[in-house]
Structures are given as C-alpha cells and as structure tokens.
Design a protein around this ligand. Structure first.
Ligand SMILES: [Zn+2]
Length: 219
C-alpha cells in the first residue's frame, strides 16, 4: 500500500535502519542502494494469482523479508506483499511507524505477516478512505472497506496469531492480503470511478507512467 500523505512518510523512513529477525537495528546505517527489489506493476500475471502458504524451510526467508523492508522503505510504502516483488507466496510486510504522526497508536509498528488469512469480515461498520498501491503508480481512489476483520497469521518466528483487528491497520491488512488473493484495490471500485480508472490502468499495463522507484512492467 502506498502512503497518500508522502510528507509524513519522508520524515520517517530514514529512521528505519536494518531489520533483523523482525526487530529494528538502528546502529547500522541503512543502505538504500542494497537489496532494493523491483515492484511488479499492474498487468503482471503474478498480481492475479492466489498466493501459496510457505513453511520455515522457504529458502533465504530471512534475507527475503529484509529485502522486502528495504524495498518498502525505498518506495515510500507502508505495506508490501510478496506478489508485488514477483513471488506468489503468502508473505507481507507492513510499516505503520511511517504514519505515526497521524496515527500515534502505530508508533513502532513494523511487522511481518506469514501465511495471513482473513477468516471473517465484520461489515456492520465500513469506512471509505483513499488508497494507493506501489503496483498501480499514480492512481489514488477511495475504497469502502469493513473496519473490523478477523485474521490468522504467523509472525517471523512462525508463532501463530489469531485476532480481531480494527482501525487503519484493518484497512492496510485488507489491501495487502487482497494481493495474496490475486486482487488489487481498484477491483473494489464501482460505477463511474471504475470506468474512469480503466484507461489509466491500461496505461500502466503499457508502461506509460512514471514513478521514483524500480519497477518491473509486463513485457
Ligand atoms: Zn497494493
């Protein structure tokens, strides 16, 4: 997921440092040049696949997670799902520390989600907020989503979590976990907004867009 307010993100992302085993290590200087993976953009078939669960033996998982955090920071995003770097596996990293100026409850919130599944959507309450996506550069649209979800996932130590989540995190999780189901946020648009977005999406498929991070466009 891409930050809508880039200013608060710029203020924060230089502080990320090196992530090891899901913990932030500030003493080493963060090296932006290393381990930045290209983001697969709209039109890439991997974004339409249902991603598969992984286990502890997945090759170089620790490095992969670190590279995903590096890539997320480089592209000024708050969430990144593995299909967005070309891997059809159920792995997501989320950094909400970047928005903690606006949402103080997320101070220090940098978490890895392995094999996440949304088991229940409580749609008694919904809200509508603007979203963007690293795989869909230049498009920001309002999306209506339930405010409370039930999720299961493993953390980076493969400990199982089973919990109800609400608030902005529930929105970010829905956006990111959608990627694992082969969905993107523009799929949620309806009517005129959907029609107006169609040609912009086609431009992305053709590579006619600009953004300030590395991408891999469908060829
Ligand atoms: Zn996205």
């Amino acid at each position: 997921m891409r930050l809508v307010h880039a200013s608060s993100c710029r203020a924060g992302w230089r502080d990320i440092g090196i992530i090891e085993k899901g913990r932030i290590k500030y003493k080493e200087r963060y090296n932006v040049e290393n381990m930045i993976l290209p983001i697969y953009t709209y039109g890439q078939p991997v974004l339409r696949k249902v991603a598969e669960d992984i286990d502890e033996n997945y090759p170089n998982l620790e490095d992969l997670i670190k590279n995903m955090y590096d890539t997320l920071a480089h592209s000024e995003g708050i969430g990144l799902a593995a299909p967005q770097i070309g891997l059809s596996i159920r792995l997501v990293v989320i950094n909400l520390d970047l928005i903690s100026d606006d949402f103080p409850e997320y101070k220090g919130f940098i978490r890895t989600f392995i094999n996440p599944h949304i088991t229940e959507l409580d749609d008694t309450e919904t809200d509508t907020m603007e979203e963007g996506c690293l795989s869909i550069p230049g498009i920001h649209e309002s999306v209506k989503r339930p405010t409370r979800i039930h999720v299961t996932y493993l953390d980076e130590n493969f400990q199982l979590h089973d919990e109800w989540v609400s608030g902005y995190l529930a929105r970010v999780m829905q956006h990111e976990f959608d990627h694992l189901e082969g969905k993107v946020f523009t799929d949620h648009l309806t009517g005129l907004r959907k029609q107006l977005t169609r040609s912009k999406l086609q431009s992305i498929v053709k590579g006619k867009f600009s953004c300030n991070y590395k991408v891999k466009v469908k060829r």
